[in-house]
Ligand binder design. Structure first.
Ligand code: URA
Length: 211
């Protein structure tokens, strides 16, 4: 697994506003979109391209175009939905699939409760959107799900990560270079309730309210 922690003053500034308990939902949503667009720039560094011949008003030239098949963006419900707009802004031609995962309270394993993805993801580059990499269970299940359907590489975009979650993903996927995690910051730890510390609280609740 390759980990990239974004190191940019604008990201640090927006993340600080995002963490602030006083930040209202509308501002929170706006900040998430902006942060994802900045992270997506880094996360798409390895997006596959092919040469394309075009003619400018001055001369023919060979440029670069995103290669087929189209990349697949996969927001993890529900909080990942808040990241979709920011990602789509940078990658408007990508297709979007949805994955809903929740923890089985008995086995503590992540189980899929919703899925709107093609069965065959052969050759597709996938971009998983999940704001909080906490225990890592959801991300590991998502990565497995996508690879089982033939995805060729998986890049996870997260806003915050706990060291425990990063370790879980690392242990699960090992040295694979086709799994990347791009994150705005790595925090101190998880608390006893599984929240990232200092974190930003429950990302879904802060985006959409407590429902
Ligand atoms: N999910 C969240 O929304 N927040 C955390 O701190 C951990 C998991």
């Amino acid at each position: 697994m390759r980990l990239h922690v974004a190191d940019h003053p604008l990201i640090a500034h927006k993340l600080t506003l995002l963490r602030d308990v006083e930040t209202p939902s509308a501002t929170f949503r706006q900040l998430v979109e902006e942060l994802v667009t900045l992270l997506a720039y880094e996360a798409t560094r390895d997006v596959r391209t092919e040469p394309r011949d075009i003619v400018t008003p001055v001369a023919p030239t060979t440029g670069t175009h995103l290669a087929a098949p189209k990349p697949m963006v996969v927001p993890i419900l529900r909080a990942g939905l808040g990241m979709l707009e920011g990602m789509s802004r940078l990658l408007p031609t990508a297709e979007v699939g949805f994955l809903g995962l929740q923890r089985d309270e008995e086995t503590l394993q992540a189980i899929t409760y919703a899925n709107r993805l093609p069965d065959d993801l052969s050759g597709r580059q996938c971009y998983v959107l999940d704001p909080m990499l906490a225990t890592g269970g959801t991300l590991v299940a998502s990565i497995d799900y996508l690879f089982e359907r033939g995805a060729t590489d998986v890049t996870c975009i997260c806003l915050l990560a706990a060291p425990e979650g990063i370790a879980t993903v690392e242990q699960h996927v090992g040295e694979r270079a086709d799994v990347r995690v791009v994150v705005a910051a790595v925090d101190e730890r998880l608390n006893e309730k599984g929240y990232i510390v200092p974190g930003l609280g429950d990302a879904g609740d802060r985006l959409y309210g407590v429902v």
